[in-house]
Design a protein. Structure first.
Ligand code: MLT
Length: 394
């Protein structure tokens, strides 16, 4: 019996689990302190009323013989797939019915999608990066090359024709840096992928935060992307579904490699390994895309945006460099006084009882940076900013 030895290449703990453990240990040792968590990007606003009503109605459907549902369609109920297609049409993107695959979220699909790619592909990931892209490829034994994202390129690295990658990960607006590619920049990535025959895995989980008209909300807004990209999206951040679990992956039919349709491969993979998302969840998800649902979700996003503005104002007042917070719920700040990411984490926790995420957990280039999330409670976010500022001004 052999285990998958690739797992031995992984760091001991998943970043957010390590942060949670450290926070728990500190809170247990100091029960009198009120610790404020601005670390993992977990939402705090309750679900939109339209979503809750749809969930209740769906639960009632499950209680009656005439409306009860067993296994659903493998790739999502038509009412949800069509709602997603209508949402894309508003962005100027036309999707066929069988190009949309409903899932339990972007994180799982980020890992699962790799099933359809050979293990010998060279993977390109920007550094810093959402750790799931790296870890899932390491688990499969794939070679990874890193692309430097840094202050000089605004944490938005552009393609290097000398790097011959087969799979390219892009996340925009970016986790962890909050930086967002413009349409023009994404267009350069699409050209790179098409010239190389590479495939872009585009994580659009934060698209709902985009306000800058120069930035895209889907890579398929860029001409030619349907021949070289797969888009992974989630309702976690758009609609507060982190605990509900629903997302979708778009695999265009025009995406063909080695004479094989990747759409067909993904359909085959999903129908074999996945039994779909629950009916109740899909009804809730469809309500997100209703006029009322969208309006209510936008109200929640406006609330988080205010938190982002509050953190940004605090960093501005302290003269700390940062990116993000405009088209994104994340602010990516430079650690003050030359501290390393974990030094800043420890001291912020001890001196201000505030938790964030150390930049070095997202890659080598994250060292010396720190991520704060705007998904917290508004009063707590203000309090966290006050405490951080008071500590750093001491
Ligand atoms: C984060 O904090 O980076 C995200 O919440 C993690 C995730 O979406 O899985």
């Amino acid at each position: 019996m052999n285990i998958n030895r690739n797992f031995l290449q992984l760091k001991d703990g998943y970043l957010f689990a390590t942060v949670a453990q450290k926070t728990k240990a500190y809170a247990a040792a100091h029960p009198e302190k009120k610790v404020i968590r601005l670390s993992i990007g977990d939402v705090t606003r309750p679900l939109a009323p339209a979503v809750i009503r749809a969930m209740h109605a769906a639960a009632d459907d499950m209680a009656r013989k005439e409306t009860f549902k067993g296994y659903g369609p493998d790739f999502g109920y038509a009412f949800l797939v069509d709602a997603i297609r209508a949402y894309y049409r508003e962005k100027g993107v036309c999707l066929d019915y069988d190009e949309v695959f409903v899932s339990d979220g972007a994180k799982s699909d980020c890992g699962n999608i790799l099933d359809i790619f050979g293990e010998d592909n060279l993977v390109l990931v920007p550094d810093p990066v959402y750790p799931v892209y790296v870890d899932t490829n390491l688990m499969a034994g794939r070679r990874i090359v890193y692309l430097n994202a840094n202050e000089q390129n605004g944490f938005l690295p552009m393609p290097d024709p000398a790097v011959k990658a087969d799979i390219v990960y892009l996340c925009s607006p970016n986790n962890p840096t909050g930086a967002a590619y413009t349409r023009e920049q994404l267009s350069a990535w699409v050209s790179y992928a098409r010239e190389r025959g590479a495939v872009i895995l585009y994580d659009a989980a934060y698209e709902f935060f985009v306000t800058d008209p120069a930035c895209c909300r889907s890579i398929f807004e860029v001409e030619g992307a349907e021949e070289c990209a797969i888009e992974l999206c989630s309702l976690s951040k758009t609609a507060g579904f982190t605990g509900v679990r629903c997302g979708y992956t778009v695999v265009p039919k025009a995406l063909v490699r080695g004479g094989v349709s990747l759409n067909k491969l993904w359909a085959r993979r999903q129908s074999t390994k996945f039994n779909g998302v629950s009916y109740v969840t899909q009804c809730a998800a469809a309500a997100v895309f209703s006029e009322e649902g969208m309006r209510e979700c936008r109200e929640n996003i406006a609330y988080y945006r205010k938190n982002a503005a509050c953190i940004a104002a605090c960093l501005d007042s302290l003269g700390i460099w940062y990116t993000g917070g405009k088209n994104s719920p994340y602010l990516w700040m430079k650690c003050p006084q030359g501290m390393t990411s974990w030094e800043f984490f420890d001291r912020l926790l001890e001196e201000a009882n505030v938790v964030g995420t150390p930049g070095s957990g997202f890659g080598r280039n994250g060292e010396g940076y720190f991520r704060l999330t705007a998904f917290g409670d508004a009063a707590e976010t203000e309090e966290a900013c006050r405490r951080m500022a008071a500590w750093l001004r001491k």
